[in-house]
Design a protein around this ligand. Structure first.
Ligand code: B16
Ligand code: MG
Length: 220
C-alpha cells in the first residue's frame, strides 16, 4: 500500500483561530496607536508571534524597548488565550475530522506542522490530539515559515522524505515553506491568495471523493 506523510498546519486549516489572532493583534496595535488592517493580518498568517509583532511595529513605524516588546507579546497571548478558551470539537473546520479519521483508517502517517506555541493545548481542546503521530510547533522550531524547517522536521520524524510528503496550509508563508521543502502543497482558502499552492480548496468538504487516493499517487 502506498503511504505518504500528511502534514497539517493548525490555525486556519484545522481550526479557524485566525480571526482570534486578528482581534488580539488589533487590540495590541490600537494600544500602540497603530492602525492594523485585515490585509496586513493576511501577511501574519503562519508567521511566528515574535515576527508578527516586529512586522506590526515596522508597518506602524514604531520603536519600543525590549521590555515593552516582551510585555506586548505576553499581552497579545493572554488576550488570544482568553478568546479561544471556549474552543471545542465543534470548532474543527468542516471536513477535517472525517479526513483525519479516514487517514487513520488507511494507516497513513499524520503530523502537525504549526508556528503556534499554543498548538498542543488547542489540539487537546478540539479532542483530536491523539490522532497525530508527530507534532512540530512553535516550541520546537528555530526558523519560522517561510523557512521549511517545521515541515522538514515533521516528515523526518515520521520517517518520510519531502517528495513523499503533503502539506495542508492556509498561509502564503506556509505554502512557500512546503514548496521550498519540495513537498506537495495543498492550499485551504482563496486561490487568488494561495497562488503558489499545487491545488487550492476553500474547505476540506470541497475535495473530490477519494481525494486521499489522488494525493497518494500525486507527484510534485
Ligand atoms: P502563537 P499556524 C500560526 O499558526 C498562526 O497562523 C499565526 O497567525 C500565529 O501568529 C502563529 O501561529 C503563532 O501563534 O502566538 O499561538 O504562538 O497557522 O502555523 O498553525
Ligand atoms: Mg495557518
Amino acid at each position: 500500500m502506498i503511504k505518504k506523510a500528511f502534514i497539517f498546519d493548525l490555525d486556519g486549516v484545522i481550526v479557524d483561530t485566525a480571526k482570534f489572532h486578528f482581534i488580539a493583534w488589533q487590540r495590541l496595535a490600537t494600544s500602540l496607536d497603530i492602525n492594523f488592517t485585515e490585509e496586513e493580518n493576511e501577511q501574519l498568517k503562519g508567521v511566528s508571534r515574535v515576527n508578527s509583532l516586529k512586522k506590526i511595529l515596522e508597518w506602524g513605524n514604531k520603536k519600543i524597548s525590549p521590555d515593552v516588546f516582551q510585555s506586548k507579546m505576553d499581552q497579545k497571548n493572554t488576550e488570544y488565550l482568553d478568546l479561544i478558551k471556549t474552543l471545542d470539537t465543534s470548532d474543527i473546520m468542516p471536513g477535517v475530522h472525517d479526513f483525519l479519521l479516514e487517514l487513520k483508517k488507511q494507516e497513513q502517517p499524520i503530523a502537525l506542522g504549526s508556528a503556534s506555541k499554543n498548538a498542543r493545548p488547542i489540539l487537546k481542546k478540539l479532542g483530536i490530539y491523539d490522532l497525530f503521530d508527530v507534532i512540530v510547533d512553535g516550541t520546537n522550531v528555530t526558523k519560522a515559515k517561510p523557512d521549511p524547517e517545521v515541515f522538514l522536521s515533521a516528515c523526518d520524524q515520521l520517517g518520510y522524505v519531502a517528495q513523499n510528503s503533503i502539506v495542508f496550509e492556509d498561509s502564503v508563508a506556509g505554502v512557500q515553506a512546503a514548496n521550498t521543502a519540495g513537498m506537495i502543497s495543498i492550499g485551504l482558502g482563496e486561490s487568488s491568495i494561495l497562488k503558489a499552492a499545487d491545488e487550492v480548496f476553500a474547505h476540506f468538504t470541497d475535495m473530490p471523493q477519494n481525494y486521499i487516493n489522488t494525493l497518494l499517487s500525486k507527484k510534485k
